[in-house]
Design a protein. Structure first.
Length: 454
């Protein structure tokens, strides 16, 4: 169908003409401020989304008492969400590229809200486990959809900050959500804490339905086609590159492996940090809820200011965009090695310093990481790249709580639990250097020709 001489530019023009003829792209200018409303809307969604995720780690002791579970079982429950989340990533990416952000996200938000409500009223461990599986299905499109929306609405020189808005709220959700949900549990019980997050999710569903629109509803002038398979404009219309072909791209694999390393540390801290501080530093659970917020507040600030504002500022001032992004990505990931320091910490302050350096550096790199789907491929394939990256993420999200539970159960120590992610971070750094390399669009025409031949 595509053949050897792919005319991406002519296909793009034909697509635009067809959409204009059908009236799906009214010639209506976009308000300058609207894209930032989109950015804030995406950030709010991730904030609510992560309240649902972090609720489990905060509820650790209450769930142990209610269902009489062991550390291994808690690790399995923590990973349950990630099993379905991971399995849904590749099909989710294709669905986003086909149906758009709005339709998929509305369905997604409804499902994750229903899952939280189901968890609140689950009468048995089995049904609670099922609710966590459903939560993974509902939340699967969140980050690929947000990355795709940023690629559609923001020019390349603004994407780091726009990405940092929604990415940093994931850390802010831990900083704010852990003490907030912890207090809810202490005063009204773990079931009501899950019910509250469900209600917040349904409220966000209404806000998103009212506030988010696809960019093609506004103006033809937002669509910029490319002649050589390269574009840094707001939205690029091009044939979708098949997932099987994207999986053979070195840059995509480098981004995915590095992303998986980052997410192992993230989910280790997301699911086990309050319990780690409680069991190793011998502080009360109430204190652990408060101390847990410190690393996440620093992480949110690093992501927003370094990975977002600083990166875009340097690029806007004429610095080489790829070099700026590579420097922040690799340096921030190197800081992630600080997680090993928590293995040998003998005080609360030492543990928090090591953890803060690790998650702060990784969070500074994260906005760059999540801007890659729209920097490596046209936006017509960015959902698929985001899905590939998030699949690797969720393999790590499954491994992190599960392996941690096993290691703690077998060794009665957290030493190896924090050494394992440090080794994985080293693998991620090598992947960024050797596979990802320069951050630029892949050979789109070559990828399309290769997929047609294969």
């Amino acid at each position: 169908m595509l053949g050897g001489n792919i005319r991406v530019d002519s296909q793009c023009s034909a697509t635009l003409a067809h959409m204009a003829a059908e009236g799906s792209i009214p010639d209506q200018p976009i308000p300058e401020s609207y894209r930032w409303i989109i950015g804030l809307l995406l950030g709010l969604g991730v904030l609510v989304n992560y309240f649902d995720r972090v609720n489990l780690s905060v509820s650790h002791d209450a769930l142990v008492k209610s269902f009489r579970i062991t550390p291994i079982v808690f690790g399995e429950i923590s990973a349950a969400y990630s099993w379905t989340y991971a399995l849904c990533q590749l099909p989710t990416g294709k669905l986003l590229d086909r149906f758009g952000v709005r339709k998929i996200s509305l369905l997604s938000i409804f499902i994750w809200g229903a899952a939280s409500m189901d968890a609140a009223f689950a009468p048995s461990l089995l049904l609670f486990f099922a609710a966590r599986l459903l939560l993974g299905i509902g939340e699967a499109p969140t980050f690929p959809a947000s990355a795709k929306a940023v690629g559609a609405w923001f020019p390349a020189h603004e994407r780091s900050f726009a990405t940092a808005i929604f990415d940093s709220t994931a850390k802010l959700a831990n900083a704010v959500g852990v003490p907030f949900l912890g207090l809810l549990i202490l005063h009204i019980g773990w079931r009501w804490s899950f019910a509250v997050t469900a209600l917040l999710s349904f409220a966000y569903l209404i806000v998103f339905a009212v506030g988010y629109r696809e960019p093609h509803r506004f103006s033809l002038h937002n669509f910029v086609c490319f002649d050589r398979g390269i574009s840094t404009s707001e939205l690029t219309l091009a044939p979708t590159i098949p997932v099987r072909r994207l999986l053979r791209e070195r840059k995509v694999l480098g981004a995915a492996i590095g992303s998986g390393a980052y997410n192992y540390v993230f989910y280790l801290l997301l699911t086990w940090l309050p319990t780690y501080l409680d069991q190793t530093q011998h502080i009360t659970l109430r204190q652990s809820f408060l101390f847990t917020g410190v690393p996440w507040l620093v992480a949110a600030g690093c992501g927003l200011l370094i990975g977002g504002v600083w990166v875009d500022l340097l690029i806007e001032r004429g610095c080489d965009a790829s070099r700026v992004r590579q420097t922040v990505l690799i340096t921030g990931t190197c800081c992630g090695l600080g997680i090993a320091g928590a293995a040998y910490a003998h005080s609360v302050s030492a543990a928090l310093i090591a953890i803060t350096i690790s998650i702060g550096g990784l969070s500074a790199a994260s906005p760059v990481l999540w801007s890659l789907p729209t920097l490596l491929v046209p936006n017509s394939s960015s959902g698929s790249v985001g899905g590939i990256m998030n699949f690797f993420n969720q393999v790590s999200a499954i491994a992190a709580p599960t392996l941690t539970g096993l290691v703690v159960e077998w060794t009665h120590s957290y030493v190896y639990a924090f050494v394992i992610p440090a080794v994985y971070i080293l693998v991620g750094i090598v992947a960024y250097v050797k596979l990802l390399g320069r951050i630029e669009v892949i050979d789109v025409k070559g990828a399309l020709v290769g997929s047609a031949i294969s």
